[in-house]
Design a protein around this ligand. Structure first.
Ligand code: AMP
Length: 380
């Protein structure tokens, strides 16, 4: 019997889930998204839209009335409301609840024997000073909730910065973490279906600037030992987390090749966009297969790929001309967002080694050339 799918969040992730859902028409008959922006990217891809905030109880209840199964593209859904719904929610609200709060996420991971950087809860400025005495500088002070793309992080390198960092968060609940001197950021996109089967995509390398993902290199340029360690950690993480779906497991590789988990996203992930062309099963289809209890698809990397985000340029907010790529070896995906804002993710492209003839440096060079040729031109 086909199911009606509800998605909380209709941005680019909701859009790509919608596109994958339309290809699974034997399983999914209807797609509805909840998103505050009228004609959001997922609606442009063909989903029905309920306009409302992700935390709005009435809007969530309306979504639940129209859905047999609900999933989400963002972590900030209202878990109190979600746990009361009759519609099935995947990944489960209890898993979402653990992950939503960076502190409870880190406690959960360390209690399950998974490696994370040393961390503490922070309850006051004096408490922060005390904890820094123990951790040493530098540290990252983090907002526990509703923080993404590094927006809730403040690096403290000097003692003189402690008070400014604390005041910056203006009463938000906080945690502090030892700064990891990493040599690389990597991630594993992994899925578990409702039957408990687990599948993970190969390890990828992520390049961030200003805390925002700029590029993903698939596969990561690391030793076999690092690949195996990261794979074991990802598998163990999936075993302890409840709920079905795709998860993005972000990790650091430190200077001694030790892996530490930075953060888990209970959803499809920006560093998995390469799978649209590099793998037989995209992370979006995999997510749907997982929550519907279907057999998981192949996670083999068929083509080396570099994914590059297209971000809104600094100093401009407004409508822009459609973006095209000159290079036909690259796959462009624009998200249909009307307005560009500084650092806003408005699209991405994948440079795919279709003929298995290029190494990562060559792919990166092509990606750089394309990136430099993509200009966001304001519409006057
Ligand atoms: P987050 O939003 O917490 O995932 O952090 C965004 C980015 O901040 C990460 O991708 C890292 O580049 C950086 N970051 C977060 N935590 C740490 C840490 N403990 N040490 C060093 N860098 C970090």
């Amino acid at each position: 019997m086909t199911k009606k799918l509800g998605i909380i969040g209709g941005g680019q992730l909701g859009m790509m889930i919608t596109e994958a859902a339309k290809n699974l028409s034997d399983e999914i008959s209807e797609i509805t998204v909840l998103d505050p922006t009228e004609n959001c990217p997922a609606a442009q891809a063909g989903a029905k839209q309920i306009i409302g905030d992700f935390k709005d109880e009435v809007a969530i209840l309306k979504l639940a009335e129209q859905s047999d199964i609900i999933t989400y593209e963002i972590e900030s859904g209202n878990t109190n409301v979600l746990s009361k719904l009759k519609a099935k929610i995947e990944p489960s609200p209890s898993t979402l609840g653990i992950i939503q709060d960076k502190l409870s996420q880190k406690i959960f991971l360390s209690e399950n024997g998974l490696p994370v950087s040393q961390f503490y809860e922070i309850t006051s400025l004096d408490d922060l000073r005390e904890k820094i005495k123990d951790l040493g500088l530098p540290v990252l002070l983090k907002s526990r909730r509703d923080a993404y793309d590094g927006r809730g992080n403040f690096k403290i390198a000097l003692e003189s910065e402690i008070e400014k960092a604390y005041r910056h968060f203006d009463g938000k609940s906080l945690m502090v973490e030892k700064f990891v001197d990493f040599k690389m950021e990597v991630s594993v996109i992994a899925a578990r279906n409702t039957k408990g089967e687990i599948a993970a995509y190969p390890l990828v390398e992520n390049i961030h600037e200003d805390n925002i993902l700029k590029m993903t290199i698939a596969p990561a340029r690391v030793s076999d030992d690092v690949i195996n360690d990261a794979g074991d950690i990802a598998k163990k993480t999936m075993e302890v987390l409840k709920g079905a779906g795709v998860f993005g497991i972000e990790m650091f590789v430190d200077q001694n090749d030790k892996i530490l988990i930075n953060e888990i996203a209970p959803r499809v992930h920006n560093s998995g966009h390469h799978t649209l062309q590099s793998c037989k099963t995209s992370q979006f289809e995999q997510h749907l297969r997982a929550i519907l209890g279907l057999e998981l698809g192949s996670t083999d990397l068929v083509h080396k790929t570099v994914m590059c985000n297209i971000l809104g340029p600094d100093g401009f907010e407004g409508k822009y001309k459609p973006v095209h790529l000159e290079n036909d070896g690259a796959y462009l995906k624009m998200y249909g967002k009307d307005i560009s804002k500084p650092q806003r993710k408005i699209g991405h492209f994948n440079v795919v080694d279709l003929n298995d003839s290029k190494n990562a440096s060559e792919l990166l060079k092509i990606a750089d050339e394309i990136k430099n040729s993509v200009t966001i031109i304001p519409l006057s």
